[in-house]
Design a protein around this ligand. Structure first.
Ligand code: NAP
Length: 429
């Protein structure tokens, strides 16, 4: 049984408009695990990562001679998808893959300029043949110029709960349908404990808590919107549904939570979710990613309690792969060389490690296109196969047992509700 997350007592520092400066670093978290059990858990996580790195080397070598075709050549015209952190890395590749299939994609990002550039880059990408109203290529018809893909950028800073609430309020005012939320944005293992403007540990808030708040609020809005549409007996757009899930034809909303293989380290952090008594970057990241995985499973349990939502809404978690992104590269460079911090004599070794990561080390990482193909499994795969599941290595995978514990999930919901001040409506209870 999980020990209660009594460490999540809430903000201890007032907001001053800046991320708070770190206080503690590199201490093993208080946990009910013996050193041997903790060592085995970390060893398991490490070995799974190494195995995946070798799998990436193989895949990258294969792709030098053979490129797989595009998966899911579905036409998503009329669908509306939100991707948090869609301006970079895995989020960008996923947003582009969805837009290429005709979906309208909203990049929910904290930096206006980076988001605008990403939206422009996606809009210029050619659609997948056969999607977005483009005909499949045929030798007899000359190619028509492709239309720009449908994408926009909206502000969302997951380090600030008021930004999450403002995003949801704007969404409600817009009255738009919502088919898919990809809770992707993330922060990994800053070497020192860092607080958000809300005074919470940054990984816990950005990776889990703000996504929990965002997903719950947007689902509530979508359920209320479809219920109102049903009551009015009118349709507000293609496939907008005919009630708060009261019809099996309601298309429903899918929530994809981006977790990580590192969730297996998460139970070590469970007694102190905000890392108030100690901070170890990797384990705190694992705690936030375990919380994210639990969120997918618990949300699906809640959908399943309501027959109309069970038929329509889906929650799924995914480890997208160890990929060549700013997050992963910075992690391997910084965390991998943290032992040499402040020791001038060791800096040549650190430079060699960085040079390795910039060159040959990249072979151990997946490309963002490879990860976006896996993300499409989570976004577009069959609900019946995915609901409440965890995807990794391109298939449904067994997560850590801690992710399956409904008592731990209830505790997490209580902590999240207290820290955000948000109580999910009866339809999500
Ligand atoms: N790469 C991997 O190997 C790997 C493995 C397992 C899981 N993941 C997970 O995959 C997800 C995407 O990571 P990535 O590798 O694609 O990293 P990335 O390229 O660094 O992208 C991270 C995204 O998150 C955004 N973000 C960070 N803090 C934010 C905040 N406060 N509010 C809004 N957005 C914020 C970033 O925005 P800015 O551009 O403004 O910083 C960026 O768009 C993360 O959840 C990560 O934990 C990655």
């Amino acid at each position: 049984m999980a020990s209660p997350p009594d460490g999540a007592k809430g903000p201890t520092t007032s907001s001053n408009g800046q991320a708070q400066k770190p206080q503690k670093s590199y201490a093993f978290p208080r946990s009910d695990h013996t050193p041997l059990a903790a060592g085995l858990r970390l060893g398991h996580t490490f070995l799974e990562g190494v195995g995946e790195g070798l799998w990436n080397v193989w895949n990258n070598a294969v792709e030098c001679v053979w490129r797989p075709g595009e998966p899911y050549p579905h036409d998503l015209s009329g669908k509306v998808c939100i991707v948090t952190g869609g301006n970079a890395g895995i989020g960008f590749a996923t947003a582009r893959a969805l837009a290429r299939r005709g979906a309208h994609v909203v990049l929910a990002c904290r930096d206006r300029e980076r988001a605008r550039e990403a939206a422009e880059a996606i809009a210029r990408t050619p659609p997948l043949p056969g999607c977005c109203g483009t005909p499949s290529p045929s030798p007899s018809s000359p190619p028509a110029p492709p239309p720009p893909l449908s994408v926009e950028a909206l502000p969302l800073d997951l380090g600030r709960m008021d930004s999450v609430r403002a995003f949801a309020a704007d969404w409600r005012r817009g009255g738009r349908r919502l088919d898919l939320i990809v809770c992707n944005a993330g922060v990994m293992a800053p070497l020192q404990r860092t607080l958000t403007e809300d005074g919470l540990e940054v990984q816990f808030q950005v990776n889990f808590l703000s996504h929990w708040l965002l997903a719950n609020q947007l689902l509530q809005i979508e359920h209320e919107r479809t219920a109102a549409t049903h009551r009015d007996g009118s349709k507000s757009g293609p496939g907008s549904g005919s009630g708060s899930g009261s019809s099996p034809s309601r298309p429903g909303t899918r929530v994809v939570f981006v977790s990580s293989v590192v969730h297996r380290a998460g139970p070590l952090q469970w007694g102190d979710l905000l890392s108030e008594s100690s901070y170890e970057p990797y384990i705190t990241y694992g705690g936030s990613k375990l919380a994210t995985l639990i969120a997918a499973k618990e949300l699906q349990r809640r959908f399943d309690r309501h027959p109309e939502l069970r038929r329509s809404d889906t929650a799924v978690a995914i480890h997208p792969g160890i990929a060549r992104t700013a997050l992963a590269t910075a992690f391997f460079k910084d965390y991998g060389a943290a032992w040499a911090q402040g020791q001038p004599a060791l800096q040549p070794l650190v430079r060699m490690w960085h040079a390795f990561m910039d060159t040959a080390g990249q072979a151990f990482l997946a490309t963002t296109d490879q990860t976006s193909a896996r993300m499409l499994d989570a976004c577009l795969g069959e609900s019946s196969e995915l609901a409440g599941g965890y995807l990794a290595m391109g298939r449904v995978y067994a997560p850590d047992q801690a992710a399956e514990d409904p008592t731990r999930a209830e505790q997490l919901w209580a902590v999240a509700s207290r820290l955000t001040g948000y109580t999910p409506p009866p339809s999500l209870s």
